[in-house]
Design a protein around this ligand. Structure first.
Ligand code: ADP
Ligand code: ASP
Ligand code: MG
Length: 437
């Protein structure tokens, strides 16, 4: 035990001064919470605009030669309100004018949401501020330089007894700012936890943990008390957006547990994420359900395909050669389908179809659009018979047509493709049958 907790607070947890005061109370309640990773102020109410979104807008207006002063003014006002309500001395105008000088740089602009907010929080706590650009490093190709980051960040942070670190960004080799993808402060939190060798990575948000289904689709879904890194990764990759899908990797390698907690209900235990589940834990075969819309399936048929060596490899190569990652690839005897993100596919559609025709000479190619993919995930599914039958009858009883089935080779998940119009009903039917029942 190192008696170190890394605590990351998300946008809604830091959306205004009263939320920041709740966060300060959480931090000071446990002296082990030494390294705090902060997001930019998020939404205060459902129609509110996140600071990060305003920053992207400001950059876009600047590059399009439009008037950005109203947007920049709104950003200034959000921070000025927080500063005055917290009763701290903070020169927000100096920060805003520095930002204004650099609006041409997209990632720099976006990163100022967390940068300024973290400086404000550090001031309020009377803690040191540590700039993520001084400890999180990307290679020139934009990939996280893990070795350099973990050692440098670890050393620099341990030299401070505590620190507030802005989430969402780091630096490229030339020192310029690069952000992670949206929601990336979760990744920063994981990197910090790993670098300082924390005993625990707490991820504080606005729900009491990982829920067994998306709360915007299912009413009051159950909280998952314990979940493995692998299950969580599957669920977050498939759309359970509470934690960034890449946030698992840095801590998983070091065996640091993640605890998802609710800033507005700090006494709730939240969800504990570990490599293996506590012994004697009894739970259902299915841990959670998640999904995403926006897929297309390209089905290629050719009789005697199975006898043609390398047919599947050639097909997948066409997609990868066009820079298109495939999500699923169910196969039949004479058919093979490739499921891909529709937006990415639409950009390259004609070229890909031409290459499939020329290189594979198929009998038939069919494109199905408006597909959604739903993952039913659980480590217990391997050992329980009849799970697939239960899933199919739940969907059949709801009158939903299944358009794709794909079972992961680890038997940890079953992915079902349904039409986008059936998506919400399918999630609710599966939740009732597999989790609530
Ligand atoms: P933060 O700003 O704290 O990073 P996010 O908005 O990124 O928070 O993530 C929390 C939100 O994720 C919740 O408010 C909830 O609406 C949404 N969400 C989607 N699926 C799930 C799920 N399975 N469990 C919990 N939250 C989920
Ligand atoms: N502020 C960034 C975003 O809105 C990062 C984050 O909140 O994690 O995407
Ligand atoms: Mg988030």
């Amino acid at each position: 035990m190192n008696n170190i907790i890394t605590a990351k607070f998300g946008g809604t947890s830091l959306a205004d001064a009263s939320q920041i005061k709740k966060v300060a109370a959480i931090i000071t309640a446990n002296p082990e919470r030494k390294y705090v990773v902060a997001s930019a102020p998020g939404k205060r109410f459902s129609d509110d605009i996140k600071i990060t979104d305003m920053l992207y807008k400001c950059h876009a207006q600047f590059t399009n030669n439009e008037n950005y002063s109203e947007t920049l003014g709104k950003i200034r006002e959000r921070y000025a309100g927080i500063i005055s309500e917290l009763g701290i001395e903070f020169d927000i105008d100096a920060e805003i004018s520095e930002l204004e000088k650099n609006l041409a740089h997209k990632d720099y602009t976006a990163s100022r949401g967390e940068y300024i907010n973290s400086k404000i929080i550090a001031k309020f706590l009377n803690w040191p501020f540590f700039d993520a650009a001084d400890g999180i490093f990307f290679t020139s190709s934009g990939v996280l330089d893990e070795a350099k980051t973990f050692s440098t960040l670890g050393e620099k942070l341990k030299a401070l007894s505590c620190a507030v670190i802005p989430g969402f960004y780091g630096a490229l080799p030339d020192g310029s700012i690069k952000t992670f993808s949206r929601g990336g402060s979760d990744v920063t939190g994981s990197i910090v936890a790993r670098s300082v060798n924390a005993d625990l990575y707490e991820n504080w948000t606005d729900v009491s943990g990982m829920l067994s289904a998306d709360p915007r689709i299912v009413k009051n879904p159950r909280v998952i008390d314990f979940i493995t890194y692998t299950e969580l990764r599957e669920l977050s990759y498939m759309g359970a957006s509470v934690l960034h899908e890449d946030a698992v990797f840095p801590v998983r390698k070091a065996g640091i547990p993640i605890n998802i907690r609710n800033t507005n209900r700090p006494d709730d235990n939240g969800t504990m994420i570990t490599a293996s589940l506590p012994k004697n834990l009894s739970r259902k075969a299915v841990t959670g359900i998640a999904g995403r819309k926006g897929f297309s399936s390209i089905r290629v048929e050719k009789s005697m395909m199975n006898g043609e060596t390398g047919f599947g490899a050639k097909l997948l190569y066409i997609f990868s050669d066009n820079g298109l990652p495939f999500e699923h690839c169910p196969t039949g005897i004479d058919t093979i389908s490739v499921v891909v993100n529709s937006d990415l596919f639409d950009e390259k559609r004609d070229k890909i179809l031409r290459e499939i025709k020329n290189e594979l000479d198929p009998d038939f190619v069919m494109i199905e659009k408006n597909l959604s993919a739903i993952a039913v995930v659980g480590e217990g599914m391997v050992s329980v018979k009849g799970i697939a039958a239960k899933i199919f009858s739940a969907l059949a009883n709801a009158g939903i047509n299944i358009r794709m089935i794909d079972q992961g080779s680890d038997e940890l998940n079953i992915i079902i493709g349904v039409d986008e119009k059936d998506y919400e009903l399918a999630i609710n039917s599966l939740y009732k049958a597999m989790i609530e029942a």
